[in-house]
Design a protein around this ligand. Structure first.
Ligand SMILES: [Zn+2]
Length: 361
């Protein structure tokens, strides 16, 4: 189990922007900066732009955050690192309202920051679920933005979920048994979830193919849409009058946790962003036994995540795209010495005057 990074460790390791920047450089270019355009290592760090390299061969300027989820951020790197630290150490996550207060940024900035971190939580190369899998669907309650203040609706957001069944004694994947046989003394393994537009076969089959390894045994409630998919072993359970959580114990527990988490931490999900909440839930669930994952994972430093803009996230076009820019004040940019007006060149470093005494307080 990885040791949890305490708040004090965090503050010691990342006291300033530079320490965050060094970690970023080390993870992205462990053998020294490589120009992404021409592939040479012949570059210098710019003084007029913060955390940016200029290639001596092709002239390309590359920021340390370019191409990561922190691409073009206006927030300090410390705000990102701190948010990722809070999201990983708080076992239930944190609402944007709480995050805003914790880091001292506005609510919209905190909301966007969290959305970006949630998107980095999926490992694109994760292995599909395997072995014996319980699979089922549920409906999620959601907030209706048209009628804020109204109680949560039992919406028609249909969520499909699958969870691996493991053997309790060995902790390893459960060996498939005869069709209809009971699986006793089990644990749950990893899970996956997705929103589907309807219960029809194409949606369900697509989810299975995207998330479950061929050859796996699918234990379901016998819904007609599961059948007819070649390459999997179907083990339908007729639920009848029995409570559904008896034959499909683990997936029902996962759904119950999802609903409780949504109400507890976020006071209900919002329909538009349900995918990112599901990502976060699956990320936490699959790491529940080693909860304190490195915040580097969630910053996307261990895997590649293409940057997303606010407009990508809310799935709308930027209405000001291609419009001439009408600036009220000169454009500023981050440099090593703090913000400065664009085009004015590097500011001279001024040494603070030496004062008497040992400076201790
Ligand atoms: Zn270059």
């Amino acid at each position: 189990m990885a040791k949890q990074l305490s708040l004090l460790d965090f503050q010691t390791w990342f006291p300033d922007e530079d320490s965050c920047y060094r970690l970023l450089l080390d993870r992205r270019w462990p053998n020294g900066f490589v120009c992404p355009k021409c592939g040479t290592q012949n570059a210098t760090r710019m003084t007029s732009r913060a955390y940016t390299f200029a290639c001596k061969d092709c002239g390309a300027q590359t920021s340390a955050t370019a191409g990561t989820i922190m691409h073009r951020t206006r927030l300090p790197l410390r705000a990102w690192f701190c948010a990722a630290h809070l999201m990983t150490t708080h076992s239930n996550g944190m609402s944007a309202r709480q995050m805003a207060g914790q880091i001292g940024i506005s609510y919209p900035a905190a909301w966007l920051l969290e959305q970006k971190l949630r998107r980095a939580m999926i490992d694109p190369e994760r292995a599909p679920l395997d072995g014996v899998i319980e699979i089922d669907q549920t409906e999620m309650p959601f907030h209706d933005l048209e009628e804020p203040g109204k109680p949560l609706k039992e919406g028609k957001i249909l969520v499909i979920g699958a969870v691996e069944v493991r053997d309790r004694t060995t902790g390893k994947a459960q060996k498939p048994r005869a069709l209809g046989a009971k699986y006793l003394d089990t644990l749950s393994g990893r899970c996956r979830m997705a929103v589907i537009p309807s219960n029809e076969k194409p949606n369900i089959h697509a989810f299975i193919q995207a998330n479950i390894a061929p050859g796996a045994t699918l234990v379901s409630d016998g819904h007609a849409s599961y059948t007819g998919l070649a390459g999997y072993r179907h083990d339908p359970r007729v639920i009848g009058n029995m409570a559904a959580h008896i034959p499909l114990r683990w997936i029902h527990r996962v759904f119950a946790l999802l609903k409780r988490w949504g109400l507890g931490t976020y006071h209900g999900f919002r329909r538009e962003h349900i995918d990112s909440y599901l990502n976060e839930f699956v990320f936490r669930y699959n790491r529940r036994h080693y909860r304190h994952v490195s915040f580097e994972t969630i910053l996307g430093l261990s895997t590649d995540h293409a940057p997303m803009s606010y407009w990508d996230i809310i799935k709308r076009g930027n209405p000001r795209k291609n419009e001439p820019v009408n600036r009220k004040s000169p454009r500023r940019r981050k440099t090593q010495d703090g913000d400065q007006i664009d085009g004015t060149g590097p500011r001279k470093r001024v040494k603070p005057p030496q004062t008497g005494g040992d400076g201790s307080t």
